[in-house]
Design a protein around this ligand. Structure first.
Ligand code: CP3
Length: 350
């Protein structure tokens, strides 16, 4: 029998032990990934299904996580919509022609996802075959708001002035762009599920930029459109960063799992959001830059914080490229050691 701890925990069902995986687990902290990257640029890795599949499997084999996440990037659908995308060394992703107005947005197309993003679907099929049920496979997308953050700004930013100014100046125009991003995202995620993704994570890395009122007004409608369009066939995880001020709104999202950053203790999240969700997270990724002993103690505390209900052990954001592989392994080992649960009563869902 394969290991389905992750899928059961997402659905709030009893588990003998808490599942563990790491956001950005397929990536630069692994020498095996860096070796492939020396020969191929990032987009080539994403677009070559055999290579993407190989990278997806690396952390399963090398670190022992309880779930795989498909190797791809949240920004790929924007390229499929016609926005030129480059990954510039040291600068991260760049859109040389940012979308700054409704007129710019009008030039984006609704792509046929099978022909423009079929390489991701093919990679998913390959990974499912290779995994043969060993662990579940997660698909993912960015939320419309977080996709727009990069598309409108043209690159990563601390303050996202173009995006936020647009949200003040012309909320309806920005909402229309987000609605179009939501349509493509639904097509893309349905394609991922058809190709074998067994859970979906929505990354809302920049959701916390908005105050509660504008979050509800600008970002939420397109987020709900994505959640609704994907449906309940597979567990849905919503990850956001810096959203302590939005918890009351997030508590109403029709998703299975809330994944939060490390600044929010899990017991507090549960008090505010209630018992409807499994929680995922949320160790500070910099804790993995210390020692196996400290990591063990931190994971023990984390699991105590999450003990009021279903919990998928993870980091609060992506693993840092400078993380020693031994420490990533120590994180996974600590979760497996401290995550054994005897009573299944804590998992009962109303
Ligand atoms: O989790 C995984 O291992 C699966 C693959 C994955 C990548 N990006 C690969 C990647 C996932 C789930 C993502 C999500 C993603 N991409 C997010 C949301 C999560 C988050 O970290 O906030 C965002 C905002 C992006 C956009 C993006 N892609 C940025 C800002 C960057 C540059 C900075 C960075 O972290 O590297 C990327 C590049 C990227 N995406 C790399 C990888 C492995 C590094 C590329 C390289 O090898 O040079």
């Amino acid at each position: 029998m394969g290991n389905d701890l992750f899928l059961r925990a997402c659905r709030g069902r009893p588990v003998e032990r808490l599942p563990v995986w790491m956001m950005r687990q397929a990536g630069r902290y692994l020498p095996e990934y860096r070796a492939l990257r020396r020969r191929h640029d990032f987009l080539t890795l994403c677009k070559t299904p055999s290579l993407a599949a190989e990278v997806t499997l690396q952390p399963v084999e090398l670190v022992g996580v309880d779930a795989a996440i498909i190797f791809a990037d949240i920004l790929l659908p924007l390229e499929a919509m016609g926005a030129e995308l480059r990954f510039v060394k040291g600068d991260g992703p760049v859109f040389p022609q940012p979308v700054r107005s409704s007129e710019d947005a009008g030039r984006l197309r609704r792509p046929d996802v099978e022909s423009s993003l079929g390489y991701v679907f093919e990679a998913l099929r390959l990974v499912r075959r290779e995994l043969a049920g060993r662990v579940p496979l997660i698909g993912f997308a960015g939320t419309p708001w977080t996709l727009a953050a990069y598309l409108v700004e043209g690159r990563g930013s601390k303050h996202f002035p173009h995006l936020l100014a647009w949200s003040h100046r012309d909320a309806a125009g920005l909402r229309a762009l987000l609605a179009r991003l939501a349509e493509v995202t639904v097509d893309y995620l349905r394609g991922q599920i058809d190709a074998g993704a067994q859970a979906i994570q929505l990354f809302d890395t920049w959701g916390g930029l908005l105050d509660p009122q504008r979050f509800r007004d600008v970002a939420l409608p397109s987020l709900l459109a994505v959640i609704d369009g994907v449906g309940g066939a597979v567990p849905l995880i919503y990850y956001s960063n810096g959203t302590a001020h939005l918890l009351e709104t997030l508590a109403e999202l029709p998703v299975d799992v809330l994944s939060v950053d490390w600044r929010l203790p899990l017991d507090r999240v549960r008090r505010i959001t209630g018992r409807r969700f499994a929680l995922q997270g949320n160790l500070d990724p910099t804790a993995l830059l210390t020692t196996p002993e400290r990591i063990d103690a931190a994971v023990r505390r984390l699991i105590a914080d999450g003990a009021g209900g279903p919990h998928v052990v993870n980091l609060g954001h992506g693993i840092l490229p400078s993380t020693p592989v031994a420490n990533a392994r120590a994180f996974v080992a600590a979760a497996k050691a401290h995550g054994r649960r005897v009573e299944s009563s804590v998992h009962a869902r109303s």
